[in-house]
Ligand binder design. Structure first.
Ligand SMILES: [Zn+2]
Length: 200
C-alpha cells in the first residue's frame, strides 16, 4: 500500500514535469496567462493532430480515441468539460507514445495503468498549478478543500468549486481530482448541517 502511494506520488511528479515542459513550449510567452488552456489548439497546432467530432459508440462507452495522427471525440459527450478532458486524454496518449518523452520516465505497460497515466497528464495539461491558484482565488475557494464521507462537500464549497472549475472549462470532478493530486484536499467526518452531495 505504501509502495502504491509512493509510486502514485512519483507518477504525479513526473506527469507534472512533462506537462509543464510541454505547456511552456506550446504557450511560450502566453504561459502564465489567466485563461483556460486552448486544448484544441494544442492538439492541432502543437501536436499536429487532426481533431474529428463524431459518434463513436451508440452506448457512449467510447468517449474518444487516437488513431494514426487523428483524435476522434464523441460530440455527444455533453459538457464542454468532458469534451476538453477527452481531447487532453487522447493527446496524453500521443505524448506517452512519443519517444522524446520516454527518456527519463518509467511508463507503465499495462492498459489500466496507461489510462491512469493519460488521465494524470491530461489533468496537468488542462489545470497547470498557476491556473489552479488563480481559479481558486477568483472563486473564493478556501484550500484545502474538505471532503466529507469521501463524496460530499459543504454547500459553499460545492458552489465555489463549481465556479473555479467553470473558469478553467473543466468538470467539477476533474477539478477536485486535480486538487487531490496537489495535496489540497482534506477529509472530514460528516458534520451536522447541509451537505450537498457531489461525485468526486
Ligand atoms: Zn485512454
Amino acid at each position: 500500500m505504501v509502495y502504491g502511494i509512493k509510486r502514485n506520488k512519483l507518477l504525479t511528479d513526473e506527469c507534472e514535469a512533462i506537462a509543464e515542459e510541454i505547456l511552456r513550449s506550446f504557450l511560450k510567452n502566453r504561459y502564465g496567462e489567466k485563461r483556460p488552456i486552448d486544448i484544441s489548439g494544442f492538439a492541432i497546432e502543437y501536436l499536429h493532430l487532426d481533431l474529428e467530432y463524431k459518434i463513436l459508440s451508440p452506448d457512449k462507452s467510447v468517449c474518444g480515441l487516437i488513431r494514426d495522427n487523428c483524435v476522434d471525440v464523441d460530440y455527444e459527450l455533453g459538457s464542454t468539460g468532458r469534451i476538453r478532458f477527452t481531447i487532453a486524454h487522447e493527446c496524453a496518449h500521443y505524448i506517452i507514445n512519443h519517444s522524446i518523452y520516454k527518456r527519463n520516465v518509467n511508463f507503465p505497460e499495462d492498459y489500466s495503468a496507461c489510462e491512469r497515466l493519460a488521465d494524470k497528464i491530461a489533468s496537468c495539461l488542462l489545470m497547470p498549478k498557476y491556473l489552479m491558484e488563480y481559479s481558486a482565488e477568483c472563486a473564493n475557494l478556501k484550500l484545502p478543500l474538505t471532503i466529507y464521507d469521501n463524496c460530499t462537500l459543504k454547500g459553499y464549497d460545492y458552489r465555489n468549486t463549481k465556479s473555479a472549475s467553470d473558469l478553467l472549462k473543466v468538470s467539477k470532478s476533474a477539478y477536485i481530482n486535480r486538487l487531490k493530486d496537489l495535496g489540497k484536499v482534506s477529509y472530514g467526518d460528516r458534520e451536522i448541517g447541509r451537505l450537498i452531495p457531489v461525485i468526486v
